[in-house]
Design a protein around this ligand. Structure first.
Ligand code: BGC
Length: 251
């Protein structure tokens, strides 16, 4: 029997969940998506998580991982850039225990995506330092060292030229500001060459929906570090959260 865990990925527009086959990193069921409630308060999101677990029929023996668009330090949200401010200081375990009546394993969404790429995707088996960035409303980052995650890196909030980097160089800003590929690539160049200077990584992996169009912007970048698109695309957050839950439940 396949080893299973459940992953939930909380995003700005949708909250998605699926059961994941941990041997393959693939969904073992169809995923379920519920629109992100407005305002996206802790209680409202926890209620959605409950609906998702019920919808997937997740039994108490199946570990549940939840990916948040925020740093998660010992289960506590420290700041929240793109959801609701009332998350600051929330202890996720306490919140979910109240709503779901079970423990969960929370982590940052980009860390989840990075883990998924390290275990099943584009960063699999790569030695050294891999930086996975997720391009969406914000820029998420995961630092992977020899396959092990260094959590909560938050490289989307580097201050570059006086700006919060994700307010200039995220895929969300490309859309909002109507930038063409060339204009966006100039911002990406500034961003990734700065990250490259700070960390000298061995590989960049770029995820998020826009990575499907990697041939439109990656060839425009001039970096010393090789850069490849993510392999898991929009399943990465769920798969990484499920993997995280399974490894932590086993401890
Ligand atoms: C948040 C990160 C998150 C990223 C992608 C950023 O604004 O601070 O924690 O990983 O957006 O959702």
């Amino acid at each position: 029997m396949a080893r299973l865990a459940c992953g939930i990925d909380i995003g700005g527009s949708g909250v998605k969940a699926a059961l994941v086959n941990l041997d393959t990193g693939e969904f073992s069921t169809d995923h379920i998506r519920i629109e992100t409630p407005r305002p996206a308060t802790p209680d409202a999101i926890a209620h959605v998580c409950r609906q998702l677990l019920e919808g997937l029929n997740v039994g108490p023996e199946i570990p549940v991982g939840i990916a948040f668009p925020a740093p998660v330090i010992n289960g506590v949200i420290r700041f929240m850039a793109n959801l609701d401010d009332s998350w600051v200081g929330i202890d996720v375990n306490e919140l979910m225990m109240r709503h779901l009546g079970r423990p969960v394993f929370p982590l940052n969404d980009a860390d989840a995506a990075g883990l998924a790429e390290a275990v099943y995707g584009a960063a699999r088996g790569i030695p050294g330092v891999v930086i996975v960035t997720t391009q969406g409303t914000g820029i998420g980052s995961a630092i992977i060292l020899d396959g092990v995650l260094v959590p909560n890196s938050e490289l989307g909030h580097l201050e570059i030229d006086g700006y919060d980097a994700e307010k200039r160089a995220s895929a969300g800003q490309k859309t909002l500001q109507g930038l063409d590929w060339q204009q966006w690539a100039e911002r990406l160049q500034r961003y990734y060459s700065h990250v490259e200077m700070l960390f000298s990584p061995d590989l960049f992996v770029v995820g998020g929906g826009v990575s499907q169009n990697h041939e439109k912007f990656m060839p425009l970048l001039d970096l010393k570090t090789p850069m490849v698109p993510a392999l898991l695309l929009n399943t990465a957050g769920i798969v990484g959260a499920a993997h995280w839950a399974a490894t932590h439940a086993a401890r």
